[in-house]
Design a protein around this ligand. Structure first.
Ligand SMILES: [Zn+2]
Length: 295
């Protein structure tokens, strides 16, 4: 059996083919030929046509809030105009006559990390992704915990600063406004306007002003993780996002978190994500296998 997978993001779409042991057969990155949902469908249809005789099911990891049951994009920001409301599963199943399984990208990455990456030794863990915002996924007994509607895990919108900065969600003081990589970048750019990304931040690690900003940012990261530990008592917290490859960050987050939590919670493992930008694709393939096994 072969599974065609897609990871749909705001700036590009990745596609990959996996065999039933989740061995990677090939993988591509596609830039949007045109903006919005039409661009998404154009790339998906092109890859489906190209691989027409070679796959048995489709797995999709996508940006936005997803109703996995219906396979509908319930909400997506302006990153992909017109995407909200798209019945992706129904469209692709009617066009290909193959089963299609869709899930949110952060949940897919968590499933991928659990099957093949940093989560493989754990049954109960929380994955957080730090980038322009903060994504979260909760895994309980080896399954994604979706809550009542499948939307659980919006850890970026825990309020960590009462009456704090305005957030895109319309509320004030959310974790993402203080602990995303964007928040750290804004602070560091005020010190050196040439800093563009996480790589530049750590290239300036010896600058004591930058180092101080990194350490204050770690405190913000830990502040939210302490709440996560107290609610879920996870075996592990897995930290995703390119910046978390910096060993200083995971070491310091782990050290400070263990000091910050109440007694009894301090054995939580803190690990960087292992699969990088393939986590979503692998999770999408794993999601297909789990569905087909249960049918
Ligand atoms: Zn918010």
């Amino acid at each position: 059996m072969q599974i065609l997978t897609f990871d749909i993001g705001g700036t590009l779409i990745k596609s990959a083919m996996y065999d039933e042991n989740l061995g990677l057969l090939d993988c591509y990155e596609h830039e949007y030929p045109r903006a919005g949902v039409e661009g998404v469908l154009a790339i998906l249809r092109q890859e489906i046509r190209k691989n027409e005789k070679d796959f048995d099911a489709i797995g999709i990891s996508t940006a936005g809030l997803v109703d996995a049951e219906k396979g509908e994009i319930i909400f997506c920001s302006d990153a992909i105009p017109g995407y909200t409301g798209t019945l992706l599963k129904a469209i692709l199943e009617s066009e290909t006559r193959h089963p299609v399984f869709i899930m949110n990208d952060v949940n897919a990455a968590a499933l991928g990390e659990g099957a093949f990456g940093s989560g493989k030794d754990f049954k109960n863990y929380v994955c957080l992704t730090y980038g322009t915002s903060i994504g979260g996924a909760i895994v309980i007994d080896d399954k994604i915990y979706g809550g009542k509607s499948g939307y659980a895990g919006e850890i970026g919108h825990i309020v960590t600063h009462l009456g704090g900065k305005h957030c895109v969600c319309g509320r004030k003081g959310c974790y993402t406004e203080y602990a995303s990589v964007t928040a750290l970048l804004n602070k560091c750019r005020a010190i050196d306007y040439r800093i563009r990304d996480g790589f530049d931040i750590f290239a300036n690690f010896e600058n004591p002003h930058i180092k101080a900003e990194i350490d204050m940012w770690i405190d913000e990261v830990v502040h939210g993780l302490t709440t996560v530990c107290h609610i879920f008592d996870p075996e592990a917290i897995i930290l995703g996002g390119g910046i978390m490859k910096e060993k200083y960050l995971t070491d310091e987050i782990s050290r400070k978190l263990r000091k910050d939590v109440m007694p009894g919670y301090e054995n939580v493992a803190v690990l960087p994500a292992a699969l990088g930008n393939k986590a979503g694709l692998m999770g999408a393939a794993e999601n297909v296998l789990r569905h087909l096994k249960n049918d």
